[in-house]
Design a protein around this ligand. Structure first.
Ligand code: ATP
Length: 435
């Protein structure tokens, strides 16, 4: 249905020029080695959709490693091969990466025997994929460059905007596909087909998801939480009764949903500030999603997801920091005595942007939200004119007292009680004077 010329046109339109040149070069190396070479999977899907995708996946009908090494020699790039899997990654001097796979078929001749690895056709390779929309291939060899290969009705499903598995055992074979289906559904705005949804429900009912390892589940969850609209995907997970596979007590209460919706808003707000700071948005969503679990539940969720010990400590710290500061701020916000800028500063000092955003999303108080906003946009960057060196010059003996004095000076600055260097020095002298 899509002609070769149209595919080439889409490449020229949507891909950066060097990427198109590289695709042609890959085809030429294939020609030299007499190997059929194809761009496959998500890359082709996104090409036809006109969506950005920098991950080029290539399948070689034959020895992909030999191919990758030949590309590296001819085009001056680095290559990393995994002989066991017949895969390689080619890294071009400008940083562009191409993943290469050999089409191959693994099967067990007798039960319990080691798998026999055999080279097979492109069609078999594509048949093992998750959804029809990911089974497209585009030929890269010079003869026929741009030919679209569609064995499983992928183009039709792209046009019909539907997520469909290739066969009925797909989710039994690999339960991570349940989460991938939801991720693609939300990202592309393509509903999961009725039959595929029934297969998901069935896999859930039969408990196939219990077999899913923590690491793989975590990986899929993080990918979902990194998408632009994770809340809809979380609602879908809840609707398909997937959340309890993450933790038996994890449920989407109205308060959790409120916090998740707020996370979306505060992340948008933060991004619009253009502070150039990187935020792990998935962490903020993760804290929000688990916010109504008690501490043991949160701990249990991290264990189920095989979060590494180091990262688990980090997540738990973030959660505790957030809760503690929320409590302090909520207590003070309601009171009559004014909250000073220095109070806000010292409550929030040192917290990561993820925790700050979590606090903003979790609180129900507009006043608390204003505190954090003020801290992020203004207070955080306030510094004093004087430094420890000035204290030394004044002959103040060094020690923890330095920190105290400098913090007091900073407080005065934050509260507008000191503006110039002279103001600050006056404060230092009064503080350092013997009682
Ligand atoms: P993204 O834009 O999220 O990277 P993608 O389609 O490129 O989407 P990848 O996770 O990079 O997704 O996977 C590359 C290809 O490998 C996919 O197009 C898909 O066909 C295949 N694939 C990935 N995971 C699975 C899986 N669990 N089962 C079957 N095929 C998979």
């Amino acid at each position: 249905p899509v002609r070769r010329r149209e595919v080439v046109h889409l490449m020229n339109k949507h891909l950066p020029r060097p990427a198109v040149a590289i695709l042609r070069d890959l085809g030429k190396v294939g020609d030299e080695l007499e190997l059929p070479v194809y761009a496959v999977g998500g890359f082709v899907r996104d090409l036809l959709l006109g969506a950005e995708n920098d991950d080029i996946d290539v399948s070689v009908e034959g020895d992909g490693i030999l191919f990758a090494e030949a590309v590296a020699t001819r085009m001056g790039c680095r290559v990393k091969s995994h002989a066991k899997f017949g895969t390689a990654v080619i890294v071009f001097p400008d940083g562009l990466k191409v993943d290469v796979a050999s089409t191959r078929l693994e099967y067990y001749e007798t039960p319990g025997a080691l798998p026999t690895v055999e080279r097979s056709s492109l069609k078999m390779d594509l048949y093992r994929r998750d959804f029809t929309i990911n089974t497209l291939a585009v030929k890269l060899n010079a003869e026929g460059f741009g030919t679209l290969i569609d064995y499983f009705g992928a183009y039709r499903d792209l046009r019909e905007k539907t997520i469909r598995v290739l066969h009925n055992l797909s989710f039994v074979e690999d339960p991570t596909r349940v989460f991938r289906a939801i991720r693609f559904e939300q990202r592309l705005g393509f509903p999961i087909s009725r039959h595929t949804e029934n297969l998901i429900k069935n896999a859930v009912k039969m408990g196939f998801l219990d077999k899913l390892g923590g690491r793989r589940l975590l990986n899929e969850l993080v990918l979902i939480l990194r998408e632009r609209e994770p809340v809809k995907a979380i609602l879908r997970m809840s609707g398909l009764e997937l959340l309890h596979f993450i933790h038996p007590d994890l449920a989407l209460t109205s308060d959790t949903l409120r916090v998740l919706d707020e996370v979306k808003k505060v992340i948008t707000w933060f991004e619009l500030l253009y502070l150039g700071e990187k935020v792990e948005t998935w962490v903020v969503y993760f804290l929000a999603l688990t916010s109504s679990l008690p501490d043991e539940g949160f701990w249990g969720t991290c264990t189920r997801l095989s979060v590494s010990e180091h990262y688990r400590e980090k997540l738990i710290d973030m959660r505790i920091q957030g809760e503690q500061v929320l409590e302090i701020m909520a207590r003070r916000a309601g009171r009559r005595e004014g909250v000073r800028c220095s109070d806000i500063y010292f409550w929030l000092r040192g917290l990561s942007p993820e925790v700050l955003l979590y606090i903003m999303a979790k609180t129900r108080s507009d006043e608390v939200r204003r505190y954090v906003s003020l801290y992020v946009t203004r207070l955080r960057s306030v510094v004093t004119h004087i430094t420890g060196n000035d204290l030394k010059v004044l002959g103040i003996p060094s020690g923890p007292r330095y920190r105290e004095i400098l913090d007091q000076v900073l407080s005065a600055r934050l509260n507008g009680e000191a503006t110039t260097r002279e103001d600050e020095m006056r404060i230092v002298r009064s503080l350092a004077a013997p009682a």
